[in-house]
Design a protein around this ligand. Sequence first.
Ligand code: G
Ligand code: G
Ligand code: MN
Ligand code: NA
Length: 249
Amino acid sequence: KEIEAELRAAIQRDELSIYFQPILDLSSGRIRSFEALVRWFHPEKGELAPEEFIPVAEETGLIITLGNWITRQAALACAKWPNDITVAVNLSPIQIKAPGAALGILRALDDAGLSPERLQLEVTESLFLEDDESTAAFMDQLSGEGVRFALDDFGTGYSSLHYINKYPFRTIKVDRSFVSGPNIGRHSDAIIRAVAEMGSTLGMEIVAEGLETVEQVQIVRRAGCTLGQGYYFSRAVPEHMAAILLTEE
Ligand code: G
Ligand code: G
Ligand code: MN
Ligand code: NA
């Protein structure tokens, strides 16, 4: 299809770039990490959201090349930041099931000269619907090398506790629908608190996503979330802006 050919060309022509959204420590207010979010600046169509092209990349298998490129770019940026700052990269389920997937990630880290401990891979609950051995092998291999894993969009998929029990997650990202928006629901605050308590018992970090107001920041901090992310702190910004955010601390 048209968009597939364009996407192939876009990678070559440098039309894709990675933006970075800070993730802050809610007690110190300092930046701990940045989530890498891909953007496509199309010469005619303007900025395209990942929702418009990630699914195409997944259907065509391009996601493997694209995903390794994104990981490499994110790792290159992170290698320029102070040693205690990490980078989070979203992984598509297709990427994880591809043969040699773990090697692709390790090669990207190696190319960038980034230590594996500074990479956090975000996987969503939906990935695990199949819950197969290739997923377990992928995660075990990378976590053996020191790469961290975060369970993204927590609370929106199925039987998450099983995944937390089975796979080596270090972090849970509570979906932003528990923080704001039309699906906020009647028990959101209590659910966030319960997830945060479970996280602390398990020695995991809990990230509250989608924080847009100071009130929301206060609620999730009181609920026990250790980290926060959202427009209240910053949108995703280009790499040079991320570097400025770090020097302004
Ligand atoms: O930035 P936001 O509009 O930036 O991202 C929208 C969705 O696209 C989110 O679910 C996010 O996880 C996903 N996304 C953003 N960047 C990437 C990426 O580099 N790889 C994958 N697989 N998904 C991404
Ligand atoms: O699925 P994932 O959590 O990776 O999605 C990240 C998406 O969330 C990106 O599209 C990012 O731009 C968006 N996002 C980040 N912070 C906020 C926020 O405070 N409010 C809203 N509505 N979206 C946010
Ligand atoms: Mn994410
Ligand atoms: Na999320």
